[in-house]
Ligand binder design. Structure first.
Ligand code: ZN
Length: 180
């Protein structure tokens, strides 16, 4: 058979890229996985054995361009972000110690939120604007700390082929195969 130099190249590259066995790998500070991949059953912070059973969690991501909408209206942004965001189910493991640390952070932020609400109520009773402002700030800070520090890992990108996660510890990342 004659070789045809004008024939289109065969699609070997994409098959090889997806088919080398590893469904979770490291890219710099990111842990990257395919949608069908599973994180290893180890603590994503320190790489110790994870407490079983590992809870499945949903992570969300949307293109950062949507933040421009906040300039127009927070409400418009929230609605579009809810529609446009992508989600993925992942099972990030935590060891006993890191699970306890996280529980403490969540407990601390809950207590902070209650303290903030208490201050707001006291402010209403005393008609004190300054106290009300302080209560509001404490409440807001507690919610933000709980949301940011309470998450185990978070998605920095989700598309049809891969989920990129940030927040893993170096020991866990070092245990993953490296790509690029
Ligand atoms: Zn750990």
């Amino acid at each position: 058979m004659q070789h045809n130099p004008y024939a289109p190249p065969q699609a070997r590259v994409s098959v090889r890229a997806l088919d080398d066995g590893s469904q979770v790998w490291r890219e710099g500070e990111l842990a990257v996985m395919t949608p069908s991949g599973e994180l290893p059953p180890r603590c994503v912070k320190c790489n110790a054995d994870a407490v079983q059973p590992i809870k499945e969690r949903t992570v969300y991501w949307h293109t950062p361009w949507l933040y421009v909408l906040i300039l127009i209206s927070i409400l418009v942004y929230l609605i579009v972000a809810l529609i446009a965001r992508k989600s993925a189910r992942i099972g990030p493991g935590l060891c006993e110690e890191h699970r306890r640390l996280r529980n403490n952070v969540i407990l601390g932020s809950l207590l902070g939120a209650f303290a903030g609400i208490g201050l707001v109520i006291a402010a209403i009773g005393n008609s004190s604007g300054a106290l009300g402002l302080l209560g509001g700030l404490v409440l807001l800070a507690a919610v933000i700390v709980g949301m940011v520090k309470g998450r185990i890992v978070y998605a920095v990108r989700i598309d049809a082929n891969r989920i990129s996660l940030k927040g893993c510890g170096e020991a866990f990342l070092a245990s993953l195969p490296r790509r690029r």
